[in-house]
Design a protein around this ligand. Structure first.
Ligand SMILES: [Zn+2]
Length: 307
């Protein structure tokens, strides 16, 4: 049995049909981890959908109500860039419940892995860029309200800036947001994170790891979080359709090692969420996310984590 749990639900699939967002990737990753013998059925846990109270601790009541009643304006649906459906709303509530569960499991086992989530473009009062509910923020608020922790760091390595997360936690000294992203990419407007590492187009493994390591280690030394949320986006990959960085599969694995090892060595538990990944070949996206699960096991064993 794995030394940590994989949080997964069939309902994570956003059922988008033909769309650049491969919403079926969650099932593919689940299947790959089983088929490769990395995990067995017992390693997976099913989340409950987040309670409305948990969602409302982050999101504005009007936005939540319009999502639940299917009364979004035309402009709101356009901004979301995914077609509205009942299943879509259920999938976002499940993803938030999944990230909450992954965070809670991380506090006990060192790692919690949501095979979903990472919807970092969702703001308190609107959604955009395929993201309606910010599961990262929902998980953080739930852990803080639970009373066991206060200081949380988000390390967002998706190729796109974590604008929603940055907006939600602006001015909140209990949450440190770090975003490392391609500057010349969506979103055009980037509300400041606690630390933004803006990268030029085409950056490769070595320089990326150098820039991330410097910023992240300095932030860790200064902030001392009690929980880290790792937004392990697969879209900095060189063959990504929506990304313009040039990381290799090996470079992305090295990135996973850097983020997870640094936290565990400082006795900071890590909750992992997936975020984007739009490789030309969807199986590369599956490999990138599956590799993160492998690295998490490797790092947990290396650290000899004791709950
Ligand atoms: Zn992205």
């Amino acid at each position: 049995m794995l030394p940590y749990r994989l949080v997964y639900h069939e309902g994570y699939d956003l059922r988008l049909g033909e769309h650049v967002f491969p919403a079926q990737k969650y099932r593919y990753i689940h299947d790959r981890l089983l088929r490769d013998g990395f995990a067995t059925a017992e390693d997976f846990v099913r989340p409950e959908p987040a309670a409305d109270a948990d969602i409302l601790a982050v999101h504005e009541p009007g936005w939540v109500q319009r999502l639940q009643t299917g009364t979004l304006s035309y402009q709101e649906v356009m901004r979301l860039e995914v077609p509205y459906s009942r299943e879509l709303v259920e999938a976002f509530w499940l993803a938030a419940g999944g990230s909450m569960l992954a965070a809670r499991l991380a506090l006990g086992q060192g790692i919690g892995f949501n095979v979903g989530g990472g919807f970092h473009h969702a703001f308190a009062g609107h959604g955009e860029g395929f993201c309606a509910i910010n599961d990262i923020a929902v998980a953080i608020r739930a852990m803080q309200r639970g009373g066991c922790i206060r200081r949380v760091m988000v390390v967002d390595c998706d190729v796109h800036h974590g604008n929603g997360t940055a907006g939600i936690f602006a001015g909140d000294t209990s949450v440190f947001t770090l975003s490392i992203h391609q500057f010349n990419n969506y979103p055009t407007e980037k509300p400041p994170s606690s630390l933004d590492i803006h990268l030029p187009d085409g950056m490769g493994d070595e320089e990326y790891l150098h820039r991330l390591g410097n910023g992240y280690r300095a932030a860790m030394a200064m902030f001392h979080p009690e929980l880290l949320i790792y937004v392990a986006g697969g879209d900095p990959y060189c063959e990504d359709q929506l990304g313009g960085l040039s990381l290799t599969l090996e470079g992305l694995q090295e990135r996973d090692r850097l983020v997870i090892r640094t936290a565990l060595n400082s006795h900071v538990p890590v909750a992992i969420v997936l975020a984007g990944g739009y490789a030309v070949n969807v199986q590369d996206t599956v490999t990138i996310h599956a590799n993160t699960a492998h690295v998490a096991k490797e790092m947990l064993e290396e650290a000899g984590w004791q709950a």
